[in-house]
Design a protein around this ligand. Structure first.
Ligand code: DX5
Ligand code: ZN
Length: 216
């Protein structure tokens, strides 16, 4: 199933409850957790995720751009993340981390940065519910979509097909009305969009539009 996960990184941080209400028709609320170390930007942490969980009309899709996810990722599941994605570049024991996320009741996923190949991690498919292929360098919203990552999306899609089961493929970064079609074509099925959603005059209409374009 094709799913839309608007990123609240582009929302008004002074009004997160109402900003979540604006994306109530989306499938997930994408929450970008940045620690100022793994990426050169700092956003929010566990207490804010707990607060978002209390008021969000839709499940939270936590994208952890942090060091030491082995230690922290399960806590994001306990704090209310229904899906928790950690970066493979930062994980020391990705199998244990994915298992701990699942044990805490959330869907587990790993992310690969644009410069990180997928193939060395193909065996991890048995431990996760989703793979996130970054289509920008993580750290900031509003960057240009990297079309050269579509080959990696196709590679993951083929690996998922061989593996069997229902593992989702998410793309994140520069996804918009102009680029979502290529992502679908390559095999992605969960679409993160920050500036394309919150930059729209009418947010629910933009979500509908992205969904319709994905389904084309
Ligand atoms: C970037 C974040 C993205 C970001 C996407 O590091 O992971 O989720 O919010 O923003 P846009 O859609 O504006 O590229
Ligand atoms: Zn993200």
């Amino acid at each position: 199933m094709l799913q839309i996960s608007p990123s609240i990184l582009s929302a008004d941080f002074a009004n997160l409850e109402s900003e979540l209400a604006r994306i109530a028709t989306a499938d997930w609320a994408h929450v970008d957790v940045m620690d100022g170390h793994f990426v050169p930007n700092l956003t929010l942490g566990l207490p804010v995720v707990e607060a978002l969980k209390r008021v969000s009309p839709i499940p939270l899709d936590c994208h952890l751009m942090i060091e030491d996810p082995d230690r922290w990722a399960p806590q994001y599941a306990e704090a209310g993340g229904s899906s928790v994605t950690f970066h493979i570049e930062a994980a020391k024991d990705p199998v244990a981390t994915a298992r701990a996320i699942r044990a805490a009741g959330a869907r587990a996923a790993f992310a690969v940065k644009p410069g990180t190949p997928f193939a060395p991690y193909a065996d991890l498919l048995r431990e996760v519910d989703m793979v996130l292929v970054m289509t920008v360098e993580p750290g900031f919203g509003g960057q240009s979509f990297m079309a050269d990552q579509m080959a990696k999306v196709s590679e993951v899609r083929e690996a998922v097909r061989r593996h069997g089961g229902e593992i989702w493929i998410q793309v994140d970064g520069g996804v918009s009305q102009d680029t979502i079609g290529q992502c679908v074509e390559a095999g992605a099925d969960v679409f993160v969009a920050g500036s394309a959603v919150y930059g729209a005059d009418d947010v629910p209409t933009r979500i509908d539009q992205l969904r319709a374009l994905a389904a084309e």
